[in-house]
Design a protein around this ligand. Structure first.
Ligand code: HEM
Length: 370
């Protein structure tokens, strides 16, 4: 996520792509629904096999889902093709979050330590896999997706072959990293909260069935807009478990904030989770799951609305936020309309700050068909 701040090209690409994509909003929604259906069919078979109730650790399923969406939306390929890349990017992310403990020691990232070697090997694998997809792409029909745009920009540049490959790999990696774990972990936390809060699960399910008509009906854009309770639950979930815990900015010049002087070149970290749970901003129940606080929107929920920032803030705000919210709404609506679920007695609450805030020991749910 931090690397993305140095990548205005991605912003340009996503803006260009959203204007030019032949997917359109409805196409994007069917694509998300297809990925959801794949996931939920696997849940159904588990439930049938296990006699009506299945204990499912949902984390991997959420990753497959979000990987499938981002891969098909942005790269035109499906999850099975990107699966190996995802696995390595996840391992790379873990290796990097461990490595980040040693930031601050000059030159440390160039030392051939065990962790660094592990990360370098993964980087190499990811690079080779992406370049394999690029090679296949060059031999087959062109699609108007993000990968195609990256390729066109690389070809129109004056870069040599090595620099061109690096350009393609960096941009593909950035999009995967930005949109994959964040959306997956948001869906996981949201389902955990609905499992732990049965009353809200029932309320949102009733809304989904009322707006969408029947179980398993794929919501259209209008239906998504009408599901207010669902929206409130997603806001509250992103407030309590913002996947990106820190938003960073570099001071380009010396700045003064009251008595504090920020020197040029300093990185300022905004702790999103701290802002999202400050009782001064959210009231005495700041740590409680209470989606009702969003009944009148973000401005009604907190004293200073700009302090709610799950997608960051300002000109570098998340470019994938509409895609991410659509993913969450469609997934949760389809889950609620077909299943009921509660926390498994084996669930251990273990939020851990890696590159995203994730449940270290996973989320196990007891799931049955309605
Ligand atoms: C719930 C899911 C997501 C969350 C919580 C999230 C959060 C964020 C945050 C906090 C930032 C940094 C913003 C800042 O510095 O002010 C960011 C940047 C970004 N996100 Fe997301 N994101 C999510 C999903 C996605 C998806 C699905 C994509 C799609 C490809 C995406 C693409 C990007 C890009 C390209 C940037 C960099 C923008 C720039 O620096 O110009 N994100 N995201």
């Amino acid at each position: 996520m931090f690397a993305l701040n140095k990548s205005p090209f991605i912003r340009y690409l996503l803006q260009r792509w959203s204007g030019r994509s032949n997917l359109g909003l409805q196409g994007m929604m069917s694509l998300i629904a297809e990925s959801t259906t794949v996931l939920l069919s696997s849940w159904k078979s588990r439930i049938e096999k296990e006699g009506g109730v299945a204990e499912i650790k949902i984390d991997e399923g959420m990753r497959s889902f979000s990987g499938d969406v981002i891969s098909r939306a942005c790269f035109g390929s499906n999850y099975s093709k990107g699966a190996e890349i995802f696995l390595r990017l996840r391992a790379l992310q873990e290796a990097m979050s461990k490595k980040s403990l040693s930031i601050g020691i000059p030159g440390m990232r160039y030392m051939p330590t065990k962790k660094n070697r592990e990360a370098w090997a993964l980087e190499k694998d990811v690079r080779n896999l992406i370049l394999e997809i690029v090679k296949e792409r060059k031999e087959t029909a062109h699609e108007k997706d993000l990968l195609q745009m990256v390729l066109e920009s690389a070809e129109n540049s004056n870069l040599g072959q090595d620099a061109m490959d690096q350009f393609i790999v960096d941009n593909c990696k950035n999009i995967y990293l930005a949109g994959y774990e964040t959306a997956a972990v948001s869906a996981t936390w949201c389902l955990m909260l609905l499992a732990a809060n049965k009353e809200w699960q029932d309320r949102v399910r009733a809304e989904v069935l009322e707006v969408c008509g029947s179980a398993g009906c794929i919501p259209d854009a209008d239906m998504l807009r009408k599901m207010k309770l669902l929206n409130m639950v997603i806001h509250e979930s992103l407030r309590l478990y913002p996947p990106v815990a820190v938003v960073s900015r570099e001071a380009f010049k010396e700045m003064k904030f009251g008595d504090i002087t920020v020197p040029k070149g300093l990185n300022v970290w905004t702790m999103v989770l701290t802002l999202h749970t400050d009782p001064e901003v959210w009231g005495p129940d700041a740590y409680r799951f209470n989606p009702d606080r969003f009944a009148k929107g973000i401005t009604g929920a907190c004293k200073l609305p700009h302090l709610y920032m799950p997608f960051g803030v300002g000109p570098r705000v998340c470019l994938g936020q509409n895609l991410a919210i659509a993913e969450l709404k469609i997934l949760i609506a389809l889950v609620l309309s077909q299943f009921s679920f509660s926390l498994s007695p084996n669930y251990i609450h273990s939020p851990a700050l890696r590159l995203v805030i994730e449940p270290e020991r996973g989320v196990e749910l007891l799931i049955k068909m309605l």
